[in-house]
Write a protein that binds this ligand. Structure first.
Ligand SMILES: Cc1ncc(COP(=O)(O)O)c(C=O)c1O
Length: 382
């Protein structure tokens, strides 16, 4: 008789809701189906859509490969140098005091998720080391479903919530948010959505960010930003990075998980950058050296294709303008030649309604009740 599997006791894990939704969607024969799960660009016919500026850049990269001016050699552990430089600059701004004084930099990682994970791994080892994994980490309630998992798997055990959403008034619960951070133990980590809060679509205003900054500073909390939608909330890259820049301008050390999955439509290329702002250049060098060890042991060095695309576009004034003016402005604006952007976002993002808010810009009523009544396959609350 054959021996049973040594893994016979392994329980089957729950499917990941958002991917299960996509699988159910694929096999549904309904002619008018619309997938409101994963938020990705779509054509009018609901098919995947590649940004024209990305396709053009890829053609250029293919030519460079043919001409042997590009190759497939390993990238440095810390990533594509031009990519990390330009990406970090996109996040912190050209006038960033950290960049100008050599105490801010980026590390290329595997998408925004990789940035969160590597950042969490680093913090668990080196922030509040007396507590290590027992250091409390605060997440907005609600938050993106993967936040808690990345921190839990990085070894953090005390995962807490700060209140964020006032369901009765359908707006930011600022008083409660501030109360929760005020009562956080000193030196806790706090995860903040830089813009286009997922899933509520509601961001603090400038003055509200100042209040959040004040408590983060006073309680000596560590701010870890998640920036997965730069350009999508306001249509302006700088405006959507204002919270990160505000914290930096007040001298705080911080991390920021920067993803190019959404604003470049490069979902499967896993293009991410972990932005580090340190007190001084010596601290930055030490932090980077530790992160190098983490990356080396996890994926050794990052893939180049997506990073090359982003670096080429950001580094070329013409391509950059094409990207930022066609990709990130509000739907309906003149720069959208065929009106595609509006539909793609709206159709694909009702469960992440910050993108619907491109149509109902920046209102405080954007955590729509849509998902409760307008779904067929079910959607697990976050
Ligand atoms: C808030 C938030 N953070 C991070 C990510 C992860 O992005 P990536 O696909 O680049 O890992 C997402 C993706 O949906 C997100 O919504």
């Amino acid at each position: 008789m054959e021996r049973p599997s040594s893994f016979a006791e392994v329980p089957h894990a729950q499917p990941i809701a958002v991917f299960q939704l996509t699988a159910d969607f694929r096999v549904d024969p309904h002619p008018s189906k619309v997938n409101l799960g994963v938020g990705a660009f779509r054509t009018e016919d609901g098919l995947p859509w590649v940004l024209p500026v990305v396709a053009k850049t890829e053609a250029q990269l293919a030519r460079e490969l043919e001409e042997s001016t590009l190759d497939h050699e390993y990238l440095p552990v810390i990533g594509h140098p031009e990519f990390t430089r330009l990406a970090t600059q996109l996040s912190l701004g050209e006038a960033s005091p950290g960049l100008q004084s050599g105490r801010a930099a980026g590390v290329q990682v595997i998408g925004g998720t990789g940035a969160l994970r590597i950042g969490a791994e680093f913090l668990r080892r080196w922030w509040n080391p007396e507590l290590g994994g027992k250091c409390p980490v605060y997440f907005s309630e609600p938050t993106w479903g993967n936040h808690l998992s990345t921190f839990r798997d990085a070894g953090f055990t005390d995962l807490r919530k700060y209140r964020y959403w006032d369901e009765a008034c359908r707006r930011l619960a600022l008083t409660e948010l501030l109360e929760d951070l005020e009562s956080a133990p000193e030196k806790s980590v706090v995860l903040l959505h830089a813009c286009a809060h997922n899933p509520t679509g509601t961001d603090p205003t400038g003055p509200q960010w100042l209040q959040i900054l004040d408590v983060v500073k006073r309680r000596n909390l560590f701010p870890f930003f998640d920036s997965a939608y730069q350009g999508f909330a306001s249509g302006k890259l700088d405006e959507d990075a204002a919270a990160i820049r505000l914290f930096e301008s007040h001298g705080l050390e911080l991390l920021c998980a920067q993803s190019f999955s959404k604003n470049f439509g490069l979902y499967n290329e896993r293009v991410g950058n972990l932005v580090i702002v340190a007190r001084d250049s010596a601290a930055l060098a030490c932090i980077k050296s530790q992160i190098v060890l983490l990356v080396r042991a996890m994926w050794s060095n990052p893939p180049s294709h997506g990073a090359r695309i982003v670096a080429t576009v950001l580094g070329d004034p013409v391509l950059r303008k094409e990207w930022s003016s066609s990709g990130l402005s509000y739907p309906g604006e003149a720069c959208v030649p065929d009106g595609k952007w509006a539909h793609q976002h709206v159709c694909s993002q009702f469960t992440q309604p910050q993108l619907c808010c491109r149509v109902y810009p920046r209102c405080s009523h954007n955590y729509l009740g849509m998902r409760v009544v307008h779904h067929d396959y079910g959607f697990q609350p976050l």
